[in-house]
Design a protein around this ligand. Structure first.
Ligand code: ADP
Ligand code: ZN
Length: 793
């Protein structure tokens, strides 16, 4: 018997499976979709692979043998093997990377298994396998016994525990306890103000607490000092979150739908199990899209089928997941990036065994191994995060479409501001279009939006982030005990360090980009490669001490606001304050309990928040995303402003939105002011048609990278020549040009962009170029082929 195996060799990738002989002892255990270890290359190093086909062909004599099988039943089912083949037509990375994306990490890096005797194991089997031991390693057994173990595992008589290469299976968190006796007697110099402060604070503390809470306010050195001197004791605890999701969630009942919602639910559910159909559910913020999703899923479950609910990672908050758990209880599995590899594997197993029927998760949950899918729902379908920006570069929407076809399931795309691509398909009748025009809560109205022209206030010292009208409005709301959400758009915007004398900006040594100032960790960080160093006190170029810190982020806005309105209780939410696990939820929880008046944050506050007491939303700077060299920048700005505006006035209190901008007349702002999606759609579509961009044209981005600029430039021109030689004259080939950030990680990047309406050979030619970069002569040349890129930079 021969097995066709797709192997996982990073430096020499190919979609061609390799043939291996199946040893007799393993013959009865071979199945498509299981993982194996096979010898590879001259050194016969053992590597992991996936069996994609089996055959009874004549065996060539010089063929290698499968060394070991890792699974006693398939980890990839027939649908997934089919899916990988389909995805490969639009995703230009090798099949192995697509297959790996469908598996929990733990299974991609398994190196061994630990066996435990299960119930019903006979004395003989126990003796043969375990001898006198409680547990044994799979790799310590001979081939015959390995086969025996597999059969016993299949029959449930042996339990198998996977071991991964790295130890990330278990997540831990540091906790500390105050050593009161020692601390109360310990002398701390009066000059060490911060240490004094911490001592005072700790003396009042009885209970153990997570160390992260101290780290929010004290530097690592101070905390370390207390630990070193035995004033606090620190230890690590394992944290498991998966199960916590189900604690304290009250059951909820279906709401009575309003007429618009009822039509949507009826229309969608009428198609379940009949044929695959895609719907665009376009509903203004607060129109009750989620209730539609819930009732569609309810019907799916009643039909004995299963459902996937995708939400953007950032809105995967308890507020959102609780709505699904409270309706469907233990039938729900949550796939969250905050889970450890071990926890993710447990959730995956629960789904795979059929113990969960509804999966709620971010992008990769689209691969959840649910059988008999009835519906896939994608909330906020316009979100760029549904496209993975590393290999394999798939779009969850496309994968969902394929799975819906395979299962004859419905696909529902929901948004208040659909992507132009989806809306255009709905307009052409390819998708069913369902609209919700009113807010579901009859007392809630769409908020009023006003635009403030920043230029009217330039030069007034007190208004670097806050114009007088915005400040006045904030104070008015606080006086009425209502809450305020403020958004600082940080895209393309960061804090940096510049010399006032020579103008030098402190830059990353590996990348053509300025280092970002982080006040909380007191460091300069590169957002591309992770380079980190201390904050300079003199100019790195001219050694002049007149260096200045240009902090433009939330930190600065926070400080400013606190000074302007000292009595306000402000919460700051950005990458810095939410880096720790659970911090995001914690901040939202505090705001929800009205322990703060103002929530000040980046884009992450725009999504999905539903706080009835919020009556004012302020956007501090609407422009930063407008000026980016990307044809989607207007669309993104419009979407963001509409989303954030939707956070105001969600209950009976009227909501208001104020947007500060330098471009009050830009169409994206004008349409956002009127909350006019239809107007924006028509206007933007005309622009896309004129400039030849999606959805009128298909686009592909190619990025070539190498440590030698000369080499990568030469290869980029060769690539263009291959493209021109093999494609028609109708395709537009832009470039090669250096990327806007031309060097990162010490690699130079050149990009080529393809635009076309109809071109038969694109797939084939791009794959040919991909294979070409795998050849040895290309010396570490890296190529990324991004189909329908979401970032044009
Ligand atoms: P969306 O997802 O469209 O932004 P939500 O589903 O969050 O809107 O609904 C907004 C609010 O309206 C929620 O508080 C929700 O409980 C409520 N709601 C939704 N549908 C109904 C309904 N049919 N009757 C009463 N309240 C509803
Ligand atoms: Zn860097």
């Amino acid at each position: 018997m021969l097995a066709q195996v797709i192997v996982d060799v990073p430096l020499m990738q190919t979609d061609k499976p390799y043939s291996y002989r199946v040893p007799k002892a393993l013959a009865g255990l071979m199945q498509e979709g299981i993982r194996v270890h096979v010898p590879f290359g001259k050194a016969n190093r053992l590597i992991q692979g996936i069996v994609v086909a089996l055959s009874d062909e004549e065996e060539p004599t010089d063929i290698k043998e499968i060394a070991e099988i890792l699974d006693y039943r398939p980890v990839l089912n027939q649908e997934q093997l089919w899916l990988a083949g389909q995805m490969r037509k639009t995703v230009f990375s090798y099949k192995i990377s697509i297959l790996k994306a469908m598996l929990p990490n733990l299974l991609n890096s398994t190196y061994d298994k630990i066996l435990h005797a299960g119930a019903g194991l006979s004395d003989e089997d126990r003796r043969e396998i375990f001898a006198t031991k409680e547990e044994v390693r799979f790799s310590d057994l001979d081939v015959d016994n390995q086969a025996r173990v597999m059969r016993l595992a299949q029959a449930g008589k042996i339990e198998v525990e996977y071991l991964a290469k790295d130890k990330k299976q278990i997540k831990t968190e540091k906790w500390y306890r105050v050593c009161h006796e020692r601390l109360s007697q310990y002398e701390i110099s009066n000059r060490a103000k911060k240490r004094q402060m911490l001592k005072e604070e700790l003396l009042k503390q009885e209970e153990p607490a997570p160390l992260s809470q101290l780290k929010e306010r004290y530097s690592s050195e101070i905390i370390h000092y207390f630990e070193e001197n035995g004033l606090i004791s620190v230890w690590e605890e394992e944290v498991s979150r998966a199960q916590n999701y189900f604690d304290n969630v009250e059951a909820s009942q279906a709401l009575t739908l309003n007429p618009e919602q009822a039509i949507a639910v009826r229309e969608i559910t009428s198609m379940i199990g009949r044929e695959s159909q895609t719907y665009l559910l376009q509903g203004v913020t607060g129109s009750g899209k989620t209730e539609v999703y819930l009732q569609v899923i309810d019907q799916v479950l009643q039909d004995g089928k299963t459902a996937i609910m995708l939400v953007p990672e950032i809105s995967l908050t308890p507020q959102v997941t609780n709505r699904f758990i409270s309706r469907f209880g233990q039938q729900v599995a949550i796939l969250h990036s905050g889970l450890s590899d071990g926890e993710k594997y447990d959730e995956w197993r629960k789904i795979e065994r059929g113990e969960a029927q509804v999966v709620v998760g971010a992008r990769s949950a689209v691969f959840a191994p649910l059988k008999n899918l009835g519906a896939i729902i994608i909330d906020e379908e316009h979100e760029a995060s549904y496209k993975q920006d590393s290999n394999p570069r798939y779009h969850a929407r496309d994968v969902a479409k394929l799975r819906a076809e395979y299962n004859r399931a419905v696909l529902v795309l929901g948004s208040a501001t659909p992507s132009l691509e989806s809306r255009a398909r709905a307009s052409k009748g390819l998708y069913g279009l369902l609209t919700l025009q009113k807010r579901a809560n009859p007392l809630a109205r769409i908020p009023r939006v006003d635009i403030i022209d920043f230029r009217d206030y330039i030069g007034r010292q007190e208004t670097s982030n806050f114009t007088p009208p915005l400040l006045e409005k904030i104070q008015e709301k606080l006086a009425r005990k209502e809450q305020v959400v403020l958004m600082l758009n940080r895209r393309g915007y960061s804090s940096f360090v510049m010399c006032r004398d020579c103008g030098t900006v402190d830059q990353c040594p590996n990348c053509d980009i300025s280092l970002t100032l982080h006040m909380d960790s007191r460091s300069m960080n590169c957002h591309y490669c992770g380079f980190q160093k201390g904050i300079p006190h003199t100019c790195p170029n001219c050694q002049n001490p007149s260096i200045r810190y240009y902090g433009t982020g939330t930190q600065k806005a926070y400080d400013e606001l606190q000074q302007l309105i000292p009595e306000a209780r402000i919460l700051r939410m950005d990458v810095d304050t939410t880096r720790k696990k659970g911090a995001h939820e914690d901040l939202l929880g505090r705001f929800g309990r009205q322990e703060a008046d103002i929530l000040l944050g980046t884009q992450m506050i725009a999504k999905g928040l539903d706080f009835p007491n919020v009556t004012l939303v302020g956007v501090l700077n609407a422009d930063t995303a407008l000026n980016l060299p990307d044809f989607r920048s207007s669309e993104r700005t419009f979407q963001l402003l509409t989303q954030v505006a939707g956070r105001a006035g969600r209950a009976d209190k009227e909501g208001e939105v104020l947007i500060q901008t330098y471009n009050p007349h830009h169409y994206a702002l004008a349409f956002a002011k009127n909350q006019d999606y239809e107007g924006f759609y028509r206007y933007e579509m005309a622009i896309r048609r004129n400039l030849g961009y999606p959805p009128y044209y298909f686009t592909v981005g190619l990025t070539l990278s190498h440590k030698s600029e000369e080499f990568v430039m030469k290869k980029a021109f060769e690539t263009v020549a291959v493209l021109r030689g093999n494609l028609t004259e109708y395709i537009q080939i832009l470039g090669p040009t250096p990327k806007p950030v031309a060097r990162t990680h010490n690699l130079y990047h050149y990009q080529i962009i393809l635009k076309y309406r109809k071109e038969d050979n694109v797939e084939q030619v791009l794959n040919q170029i991909l294979d070409w970069t795998q050849e040895k002569e290309q010396k570490d040349l890296r190529l990324i082929i991004d189909n329908e890129p979401q970032q044009m930079m």
